[in-house]
Write a protein that binds this ligand. Structure first.
Ligand code: ZN
Length: 259
């Protein structure tokens, strides 16, 4: 009886130490990233999410250069905030993974989210096929065939855990939009918050607008990276086709330590 109780206490202590180490590690990486002293190392892991042959062909043809406009976006926007770092990000492409990450419903409650976030980190550790130096952030790219005409589920970025999960279409036509979603989820791992309404998808005024001072206010022509959409007119929202039309607004810049 006494022995089993002692054993249980020992297990709890080990678990607490492990959780403490994970928390310390996360805290240290966000402090390091937010000091912007050296480029953030990002490893991208492509995954064939629907098992289609055309999805696989697209994945096989991917190379790190296909993500260059995300580098250009971060360098351009960091420059506007006088961050003397160029490049700001460095992308590396891991070999394709043939396992699927744990899923979560966007409506999930707090307990489910915590559980998912822990299982995601466990999954990421267990299936890491990257041979190079340890990345600051890992982004899993789940690709789907555009021919299936389906609605993609939400992409996610975990600041605690430095993990992004991006759903995208496996087609060059969607490359610009996919890169925009990757930039958005990366910003979450750097500490940025969403700037759109979860109910209506509308950008929140003023922080979710790229040009909140513009008169007249609409149509907006560019997106704030954490708002995700451009408000053209009442009821008309557009997802940017490329990062050329996306900016980092002042509030987002403060959240990630650029101001
Ligand atoms: Zn978001």
């Amino acid at each position: 009886m006494l022995r089993s109780r002692r054993f249980r206490s020992l297990r709890i202590i080990i678990l607490l130490i492990a959780l403490f180490l994970v928390a310390m590690n996360t805290w240290l990486s966000s402090v390091r990233i937010q000091s912007w002293q050296r480029p953030v190392w990002v490893v991208l892991y492509p995954i064939n999410a629907d098992g289609q042959a055309d999805t696989q062909m697209y994945i096989n043809a991917l190379s790190a250069e296909h993500f260059d406009d995300i580098n250009r976006f971060f360098a351009r926007e960091a420059g506007r905030y006088q961050i003397g770092l160029n490049p700001v990000t460095e992308f590396h492409l891991a070999p394709p993974l043939d396992v699927q990450p744990p899923e979560i419903d966007i409506q999930a409650g707090l307990a489910e989210r915590v559980f998912w976030s822990l299982s995601m980190r466990w999954w990421s550790w267990k299936h890491d096929n990257w041979q190079g130096p340890k990345p600051d952030v890992r982004v899993y790219l789940r690709y789907f065939s555009p021919r299936e005409n389906q609605q993609l589920s939400h992409s996610l970025g975990l600041q605690k855990g430095m993990i992004g999960l991006v759903n995208g279409f496996a087609s060059v036509d969607y490359m610009g939009t996919n890169n925009f979603v990757i930039a958005h989820e990366l910003m979450h791992t750097f500490g940025a918050s969403d700037k759109y309404s979860l109910e209506t998808n509308e950008p929140i005024f003023p922080d979710g607008y790229a040009d909140p001072q513009q008169k007249p206010l609409l149509p907006q022509t560019r997106a704030e990276v954490m708002a995700g959409r451009v408000k053209v007119s009442p009821g008309w929202l557009l997802i940017p086709k490329s990062l050329d039309d996306v900016i980092v607004g002042p509030l987002t810049a403060s959240e990630i330590g650029w101001r």
